[in-house]
Unconditional design. Structure first.
Length: 251
């Protein structure tokens, strides 16, 4: 077991440049993908309050005085906003948005804030100005149409989205993408090296010979590199030739 561990650690050290190269390549690729391929998103928000004071349409009055009643009414309003009854009107009055009713429904998010009488409308887009125009249009049309639908006028826009004050972009998970790519490259490259070493049956050392045939080696021929081979210089070669000639004359 100890020999196997040393063998695999040696293989990792020997091929560490592969791990390093793949890790750098994967990290750079993930960074480039996050910056160029993944778009930045902006969120625009509008807040609406359902008032306690109620004015009737057509002379009729409806008393919704308690906060609990208004909160329950908000749940109804959340459903009404995300219907063609509102979105078709937005499409009609704001053709510059170039969005269909279905697209508006998919982009608008409506939430009740902490069991209060306040509703939040949110639109996300790759362009902040377009997101702000969209959420403002939806909130204005909703405020205009709700008296016709519910026979009650109790909706007030608290805050509108300002096109000249963009929010911080989000959506680019650059840090997490690079981290995931780095760890994946480390695991895959290390696993590949260990797998190659596991299936490698070639003989490289004396221990491999002993394991393969059960006999010790009698001699070892070392691998030599070009720099280890010393060629004779021209002077030594000339001296050796003159020595040979002198010996021939003596004979």
């Amino acid at each position: 077991m100890e020999m196997d561990l040393k063998k695999y650690m040696g293989a990792i050290r020997k091929r560490f440049w592969i791990i390093l190269l793949l890790s750098i390549a994967a990290s750079c690729s993930a960074y480039a993908y996050s910056k160029q391929m993944e778009p930045s998103f902006y969120s625009a928000n509008v807040k609406i309050i359902v008032n306690k004071t109620v004015e009737a349409v057509g002379g009729e009055t409806m008393d919704v005085s308690s906060i609990a009643s208004n909160i329950k009414l908000i749940e109804t309003y959340k459903e009404i906003i995300l219907t063609p009854a509102i979105m078709d009107k937005v499409v009609e009055l704001h053709p510059e948005l170039n969005l269909s009713s279905a697209q508006l429904i998919s982009r608008v998010r409506v939430n009740a804030l902490n069991e209060t009488q306040v509703m939040s409308l949110n639109v996300t887009d790759t362009n902040y100005a377009r997101a702000a125009r969209t959420v403002n249009a939806v909130s204005e049309v909703f405020q205009m149409e709700i008296p016709k639908i519910m026979k009650i006028n109790n909706v007030t826009i608290l805050t509108s989205a300002r096109e000249d004050q963009p929010t911080q972009p989000f959506g680019q998970n650059t840090k997490s993408n690079v981290t995931v790519a780095l760890f994946a490259a480390l695991l895959l490259s290390t696993g590949a090296i260990l797998l190659i070493e596991y299936f490698d049956q070639s003989i490289k050392k004396e221990e491999d010979v002993l394991l393969a045939i059960g006999s010790k080696t009698l001699a070892v021929v070392p691998r030599m590199k070009k720099r280890d081979i010393k060629l004779p210089s021209s002077n030594s070669y000339a001296a050796s030739q003159s020595g040979i000639k002198a010996g021939e004359q003596a004979l």
